[in-house]
Design a protein around this ligand. Sequence first.
Ligand code: G6P
Length: 610
Amino acid sequence: MCGIIGAVSNSNVLPVLLGGLKRLEYRGYDSSGLAVINEPGKFLRLRAPGKLVELERAVSANGEISGLTGIAHTRWATHGPPTEQNAHPHISGGRIALVCNGIVENHEELRTLLTDEGMEFQSETDTEVIVNLIFLHMDKGSDFMTAVRTCIGSLKGAFALGIVNADEPGRIIGARRGSPLIAGIGEAGVYLASDISAMIAQTRKFIVLENGDIADIRQGKIEITNLDGQLQNRDTRISDLKPQAMEIGDYRHYMEKEIFEQGQAVSDTLEGRITASRVLEACFGTEAERIFDKTENIQILACGTSYHAGLVAKYWLESVGMPCQVEIASEFTSRKHPTPKNCLVVSLSQSGETIDTLTALDYAKHCGYAHSLAICNVPDSSLVRNSELILMTHAGPEIGVASTKAFVTQLVALRLLSIIMARKNSSSDLDEADSIRELRELPANVESTLELEPAIQEIAQQFANKQHALFLARGIHFPIAMEGALKLKEISYVHAEAYAAGELKHGPLALVDQDMPVVSVAPNDAQLDKLKGNIEEVRARGGKLIVFADSETRLSSRENLQVINIASVESSIAPIIFTIPLQLLAYHVALIKGTDIDKPRNLAKSVTVE
Ligand code: G6P
C-alpha cells in the first residue's frame, strides 16, 4: 500500500508528482504529500490529510511550488493516524526528505537509539526513524549514498524508499526490500515510482528494482547497486500500458467501467490461449507440459477476491480428478504442514504485489513444494518474476479498489488450467471441445447478463436502509456468494455474510427476519432442489429473498421471494455469469448510499504490508 513517485526533470516536477499520485491513489488514500527542492539546500513541502484532492487544494492555495527534483507519496496509514504530521515526505534536519511504502519492524528500537542521540521526532510513523537515521549518519560525516546504505543495513522489515537530499538537487535514491519500486527513463527526466502507471504520461521505459537494490537516479544516468555497493545489471523494459486504458470515460466510477469491460476482458484473456478444440498448454510457459504432466495435486494461495477465485477452481479441478487445496495466503504461512509430493503451487493475484501472497509463495518454496504457477494481471510484478509458470490475465488496468474484471478473468484462467488437467486424466469425462465452445460463448453471455442492470438497480433500493445482508448458495456457487458478500461490504459498508445454504439451519437462520435481506444464486445444477428447500426455510420465517436464477430453474417470484432470471448457461461457466449480478447489486447499493465507490474507506488495492 502507499504510492511513491519521484522525479528529476529539466522542468518543474510538480505536475509529474501530482499526476503520478493521482494514478497511485489506488494504493492508499488517507493522506498525501510532496517535497521539491526549490533551490539548493531548500525543500518546499506540502502535506494534507484526506484524499489527493486535499493536497491539490493545498498546492493551489500555496501559489508557486516548483523545483526540478521532488518526491511524493500517497499513504495508507499503518503507524499513526492519517494526519498532516504523519503524512510523507518526512524531513530530517531540513536536509533529507523521504517517502516510504512498507513497515520498519524494528522502529521502536531505532527510535530509542535516535532519541538517545538527541534526535527529535515530529510524527508517530515508523518511517521517520529511517530519515532521521540517514540524517544522523550524514551529520557524522557520511556522504548521502553511504548514509542510505548504512541505514538500510540496520532496518528490519519490507519497504520501498525514495530519498532526496536538499544539497544534491538532481538526484533521488531509491531502495527496495519487499515493496515494489521501479525507475523510469524519459525524454525530459528520470523517475522513481511504485508502478509504471504513475509515470506513463512521461515514459514507457523502465527498470524493475529487485529486492536489495539501491538505485542512484540522476538525469541521464541510473546506477543500481546492492547494499555492498556492487553494481547490479537490470534489464530496461518497455511497458505496453496504454494511458487511455486508465481513463474513466463516460462512466461514473472505475468500478462501473470495469464491470462493463468484463466481456472484453474475458475475450482478451482467452485470445491466443485456445484453438477451436484445445487449450494451448504452452501459454502457461515453455516448461508447462513437463510440469503439468507430473503434477499430482495443486495448492492455491491467494487473498481477498483472488482467494474466492481459488475456491471456485477447487470445484473445477477436483471434478477432473486433480486434488486441490485452497488457502488464504496469510494463513498458509502461519503453521507447519506436510509438503505433498509433486504439488503445483498456484498463486492468484490481480496486482502480483500482495505481500501475503508473495510470502506464502516463498514459504511454499522453502517447504519444498515442487513447482509454481502465477495467475496475475500485472506483468513484471513480483509474483510473476518469482514463479516458474505464468498465465497473465488480460483484464487491463483495474483501478477500482473492489476487484471485478480481475476476478472474472482469473476464473477464465483457472478454467483453462482445469481443462488441461482434465486432459491429463484419462478417467475424466470432460469434453475439451465442448468446454472450449462454452468459453468462446462466455463474452456474449457476460454482455447479456450486464443487461440486467436496470432490474438490479431497482432491487438495490431495498438495501438502502439495511445494515446486514445474507448471501446463500451451494456447491461451486458458494464462493460466488462469498464474493458477492465481499463486494457489498467493501463498497456499501452493509455487513454481508455468505453461507453455504446447507449451513443455514445450523445458525444463521436465527438472524433471518424482514430486516435481513437474503440474496441467493440459483443455477440450474444438481444442487437446485436442495437450494429451493433452503429458500423456503427463509420464506417460512418471514425473510425476504432476492434470487438470481437460471431461467431453466422455473423459480418464480411470489411473496417474500423476488426472482431475477438469468439466461440459461452451461454449468461450467455459470459461476462466472452469476458473479455479474452480484457485482452490479453491490455497485448500485453503494451508489444509493453515496459511498466513495472506487476508494472505499480504510482499504487499498495493493496490499504490500503483512
Ligand atoms: C486487497 C484488495 C482486494 C484484493 C486483495 C488481493 O484487499 O482490496 O480487492 O482482492 O487485496 O489482491 P491481489 O492483487 O493479490 O489480487
